[in-house]
Design a binder for this molecule. Structure first.
Ligand code: SF4
Length: 709
């Protein structure tokens, strides 16, 4: 039999059909009816069935009472009871801000919703943040600063209508492969379409472009400002659109007056003529859209990277029409769903803002609680720094692996050591974070749980359960609700029984949908039955909307009215800054990190599939051949790679993709693969002031050859 679900990897959100016998998954195939992929899957998605291996799973709760001792198997009642007692004890001694949840863009929307409600509505703290902070929070801040709402205004079908596609800080050929196939199809169908790629590396995506701008790390803003300079100089700005639908253009025009292509070329390290060409292609194309991801987001000025790019769409009126608009790709399968339910330290459900008293009151009414705390919670890097300083004393981690994926890993490890109580809710037995867990709770995973996800183009899919979870594993939402009901009476909140009394997961979705009434993402017209009958739907989908009529949903702002108070989009004058950490004589190389084609995140899942190593089979650092020679290293030698924070050992290989002075290491390899740890031993925790997203894309490093005896 076949069960409909989605791929649990990237934000493309491909539909999959799981072929199974009710006890074992036999194969997967792309869902031909899913609008994200129309039957296609990439190498990762098409091998999903090979990841369903019970021997790698955490099958029952494990608890230890004393640090350093092995965990012992316990029943669910003891596990949940112990967690509730330990959290209640910390809250009683130190207050609610001494506990925290750190969750994941791989959870389903319903899981996210109850985690958020448990921390903000029950415990009384806003300390709930997510690994999505590392992924797209700069794009969220950029959308809100310019368009007024966290709403990607485009759809994948726009690729087929674009005359010019500017791909910035993204490598969809590897990271969003099925979306990239759609871009390739669009180019084949319309060979005149211009593809511009902005990326320090010559990735597979860059190789397929008509123009590759290999900017130096951290210099993107100069490039987009210089493009705007050219658009103004060559009268390619849509002045009527700017006058009717935007504010702040005069200040930005003044700001870019001196940012000539020649000036930007000096900073960005690309030819001035190429900047002019890019601007002319953009401005001269009837339809142009941008596509961006971590290369812009994972920066200490990631928000302004985004606003500078969005300004190109606004200045030329290329938004709200087919083939137009600024389109942020999400890295994870449900980062969008997490944003929708407000599962971050500074947000509230349905895109409400924590800093808005009316929004807090609305959410308190929805949850039937007296109030929602006003003080912003700790964001990812802040949270682990606070734990390392002893300010956060109990942490609950779900479906993510911070001991590999966060920057400044030594701080993260110190934090997890210092916490009095660490809970890890996880599907897999062995992750870097599991070493630190006092309580491990077995969670259901892909193919074993029901709920919804939202992909990069705002499309909500109902995912179904093919099999029961193995052993004693349970769905994430149920674990959270059991914990909340156990904790409530211990902290004087007996109403938790009612607040978390959901009997079915769909009841959580229904409450989430109610929370969106009248908001930009209104989905009051959606329920599981409609999603099953009519297929995945883009939001907004208010009550009464017709699933057969996608007009007004595929792309937003078609009427020129934006989600700001006055309905006008805003131009933002960006700060000109490069990377926080500078290269110098001791650390002369820029380290960049990113994805491989066939691996996903920390490899808990893809690392179990032998064939996914056929593309790249071991951890390595890629450098320009001249940099290898200058350091006395031959391609294939082992090298010690050091930053100001730590060092790891890798095999060095010469690569034609990397410019002189730069290096690349894939993000996936961790302590399980390399004895010395992964790339985040090297990275720093500097973050963007608006989004709090850390600068994972850069660290200053040096390499030293290791002479084996
Ligand atoms: Fe999964 Fe993304 Fe590949 Fe689609 S493109 S199959 S969502 S990894």
């Amino acid at each position: 039999m076949e069960t409909r679900a989605t791929c649990p990897y990237c934000g493309v959100g491909c539909g999959v059909l799981i072929e199974h016998d009710g006890g074992r998954i036999h194969s997967v195939r792309g869902d031909p009816e899913h609008p994200a992929n129309f039957g296609r899957l990439c190498t990762k998605g098409s091998t999903l069935h090979l990841t369903a291996r019970p021997e790698t799973r955490l099958l029952y709760p494990e608890l230890r009472s004393v640090r350093g001792e092995p965990r012992r198997r316990v029943g669910w009642d003891e596990a949940i009871g112990s967690a509730a007692e330990r959290f209640a004890d910390v809250i009683a001694r130190h207050g609610p801000d001494a506990v925290a949840f750190y969750i994941s863009g791989q959870l389903l929307t319903e899981d996210y919703y109850v985690f958020n409600k448990a921390m903000k509505g029950l415990i009384g703290s806003n300390n709930v943040d997510t690994n999505s902070r590392l992924c797209m929070s700069s794009a969220v801040a950029a959308y809100k600063q310019t368009l007024g709402a966290d709403a990607p205004p485009c759809a994948y079908e726009d690729f087929a209508h674009a005359d010019c596609l500017l791909i910035a800080g993204a490598n969809p050929a590897y990271a969003h492969p099925v979306a990239f196939r759609r871009i390739e199809d669009a180019k084949k169908a319309r060979p005149g379409m211009k593809i511009i790629v902005v990326d320090p590396r010559r990735t597979d995506t860059a190789s397929a472009a008509d123009l590759h701008l290999a900017v130096l790390p951290g210099t993107d803003i100069w490039l987009y400002d210089a493009m705007l300079h050219v658009l103004l100089a060559e009268d390619l700005v849509d002045h009527a659109f700017v006058a009717a639908h935007t504010t702040g253009f005069d200040a930005l025009r003044e700001h870019v007056r001196t940012v000539t292509p020649e000036a930007a070329a000096q900073v960005c390290g690309v030819p001035a003529a190429d900047i002019v060409t890019a601007a002319r292609w953009w401005g001269g194309s009837p339809a142009a859209m941008s596509l961006w991801c971590q290369g812009l987001n994972q920066s200490a000025h990631g928000t302004h990277n985004g606003t500078a790019l969005i300004a190109l769409s606004l200045a030329t009126g290329k938004i709200g029409r087919p083939g137009c608009g600024p389109f942020s790709l999400t890295g994870q399968p449900n980062a969008m769903g997490g944003r929708e339910v407000g599962g971050l330290a500074n947000l509230l459900p349905a895109h409400r803002d924590l800093g808005n008293p009316e929004h807090r009151a609305e959410v308190a009414r929805l949850w039937v609680v007296d109030s929602v705390p006003e003080k912003p919670g700790l964001t990812a890097v802040e949270l682990f720094r606070a734990a390392a300083e002893g300010k956060v004393k109990a942490i609950w981690i779900a479906c993510t692996n911070p001991a590999q994926s966060l920057p400044e890993l030594e701080v993260v490890r110190e934090a997890l050591q210092r916490c009095e109580f660490v809970v890890l809710q996880e599907a897999y037995r062995s992750t870097e974070t599991a070493v630190f867990a006092d309580l491990m709770l077995p969670a259901a995973t892909w193919g074993e749980k029901e709920g919804t996800v939202t992909n990069s183009e705002r499309r909500i899919t109902h995912v179904n359960r093919a099999l029961p979870p193995p052993g004693e594993a349970r769905p994430d939402w149920r674990i959270v609700c059991d914990f909340a009901r156990a904790l409530g009476p211990l902290i004087g909140r007996p109403e938790a029984q009612c607040m978390f009394g959901y009997e079915r997961v769909e009841a959580i979705f229904a409450e989430h949908a109610v929370s969106t009434a009248g908001r930009d993402l209104d989905i009051t017209g959606l329920d599981y039955a409609l999603l099953d009958a009519a297929g995945p739907q883009q939001w907004p989908f208010p009550a009464g909307a017709d699933a057969a009529d996608a007009a007004g949903r595929a792309r937003l702002y078609a009427d020129g009215r934006f989600a700001t108070a006055d309905g006008r989009a805003r131009f933002v004058v960006p700060v000109h800054a490069t990377t926080v950490e500078r290269v110098d004589a001791r650390y002369p190389l820029h380290l960049n990190s990113g994805r491989l084609r066939d691996q996903w995140h920390g490899m808990s899942r893809t690392g179990k599939v032998a064939r996914l190593y056929s593309h790249v089979d071991e951890a390595r650092i890629e450098l320009h051949a001249d940099d290898l020679a200058e350091n006395g290293v031959a391609s294939g030698d082992l090298v010690k790679v050091a930053s100001r924070r730590g060092e790891i050992v890798l095999r060095a290989v010469a690569s034609g993709e990397v410019r002189r002075g730069q290096a690349f290491v894939a993000m996936h390899w961790g302590r399980n693969v390399l004895n010395s740890g992964g790339v985040n031993v090297l990275t720093a925790g500097d973050f963007d002031p608006y989004s709090k997203q850390p600068e994972l894309k850069h660290a200053a490093i040096r390499i030293d050859r290791i002479d084996l005896p």
